[in-house]
Design a protein around this ligand. Structure first.
Ligand SMILES: *Cc1c(COP(=O)(O)O)cnc(C)c1O
Length: 379
């Protein structure tokens, strides 16, 4: 099945009871048994729920995996991956990752004795310098947030393979429409389904997809034992969102390209971070491993003035000033004061998250309205 068919039919079949085309919302915590243990595949909704199962199968199908797992948030999904580890284990992680991931790693899992190395991975070879016998996981986020650097997943997978280390890729920004990490050699794909997979800014959810049965069993055990599942109503909404993923992503990519090109020539703009530009340092690998450049971009203004950046995001009218990304509506954010406020300033600036940096999640509105809005806000 091709991707654009999978978004609609992947892992799905009409409901066995009445042939409902959309999986019904099984709003139930438990299931009747005819005799102790005599059930129809579901016992208790933390362990399994038919609506969630339909969604998990859809996740697996989209990412070319064999097993999908749905969680109550993206961070709950990451939390489950980290619970594969033991005290003393080490993780090599992309440095400019989602702020909440950084917080989870450093403020929660460091206290449980996990050791993290945060490095730029645009040159994958450098990863080997941080690998030792305790290294159990490589955590990659690409495109990175918010600077849109691109990491060569295939090159990292080779290193992970050679050293028998798990490779997990946060595929939230690219989505499986643009990038399929499992096909490039990753072991685990993670999503904040809150973003493009859900696509309508109406739910919070996380996803994991893997190929390997053993790994799936371990993660399923953690999902059930820790219990950070999502409910049937949200599972239904995510399933509905996924059905238009391919159409939405196509328009996100087109609009982002128009916005990036507009900003690039604006006299007040210092720099535009968008992997579609030929002079983007990782443009070649972006072209190779992604089928489009996505809907995210960031820019800085000349003079790097904090107050001016705040004024621009406050002036925007079509773009909504808000955290999050990946919905049909355009959003603008100021990482230094919002998504990355939890990263100490010194660390932040080292990563390039300077005071004037503004991040845009370009939605699927008419491109003319988006350009006009930026024009009036930047002045
Ligand atoms: C939002 C986000 C997360 C966290 O997901 P939640 O659903 O908010 O818990 C992780 N990674 C990336 C890239 C994100 O954008």
């Amino acid at each position: 099945m091709k991707f654009n068919t999978k978004t609609i039919h992947g892992g799905q079949k009409p409901d066995a009871a009445y042939g409902a085309v959309m999986p019904p919302i099984y709003q139930t915590s438990t299931y009747a048994q005819s005799t102790p243990g005599g059930h129809k595949g579901f016992e208790y909704s933390r362990s399994g729920n038919p609506t969630r199962q339909a969604l998990e199968q859809a996740f697996a199908s989209l990412e070319n995996g064999n097993y999908g797992l749905a969680f109550g948030s993206g961070l709950a999904a990451i939390d489950a991956v980290l619970k594969l580890l033991k005290p003393g284990d080490e993780v090599v992680s992309t440095s400019d990752i989602y702020g909440g991931t950084y917080r989870l790693f450093t403020k929660i899992f460091e206290d449980f004795g996990i050791v993290f190395h945060f490095i730029g991975m645009e040159n994958a070879d450098i990863i080997e310098d941080y690998i030792n016998s305790n290294t159990k996981l490589i955590w990659v986020e690409t495109p990175t947030n918010p600077l849109l650097n691109i990491i060569d997943i295939g090159a990292v997978a080779k290193i992970a393979n050679k050293h028998h280390i798990l490779l997990a890729v946060d595929n939230t920004f690219a989505t499986p429409y643009l990038q399929q990490p499992l096909d490039l050699g990753a072991d685990i794909v993670m999503h904040s389904a809150t973003k493009y997979l859900g696509g309508h800014s109406d739910l919070v959810m996380g996803a994991l997809v893997v190929k390997d049965k053993d790994l799936a069993d371990r993660l399923c055990f953690i999902q059930r034992a820790s219990g950070a599942i999502c409910g049937p109503q949200d599972s239904f909404l995510a399933l509905r969102g996924i059905k238009t993923l391919h159409v939405r992503m196509q328009r996100h990519c087109e609009n982002a390209s128009v916005v990036a090109t507009y900003l690039e020539q604006h006299p007040k703009i210092e720099h535009v971070y968008w992997p579609g530009f030929k002079n983007h340092p990782n443009h070649d690998i972006a072209k190779l491993q992604m089928s489009g450049f996505g809907g995210m971009l960031s820019f800085t203004t000349k003079g790097n003035n904090y107050k001016e950046a705040i004024k621009i995001v406050e002036n925007l009218k079509v773009f909504t000033l808000a955290e999050s990304l990946g919905g049909v509506e355009s959003l603008a954010g100021h990482p230094a004061s919002m998504t990355h406020a939890s990263i100490p300033r010194e660390e932040r600036e080292k990563l390039g998250v300077v005071d004037s940096l503004i991040r845009l999640s370009v939605g699927i509105e008419d491109e003319a309205d988006l350009i006009a809005d930026l024009e009036q806000a930047i002045g």
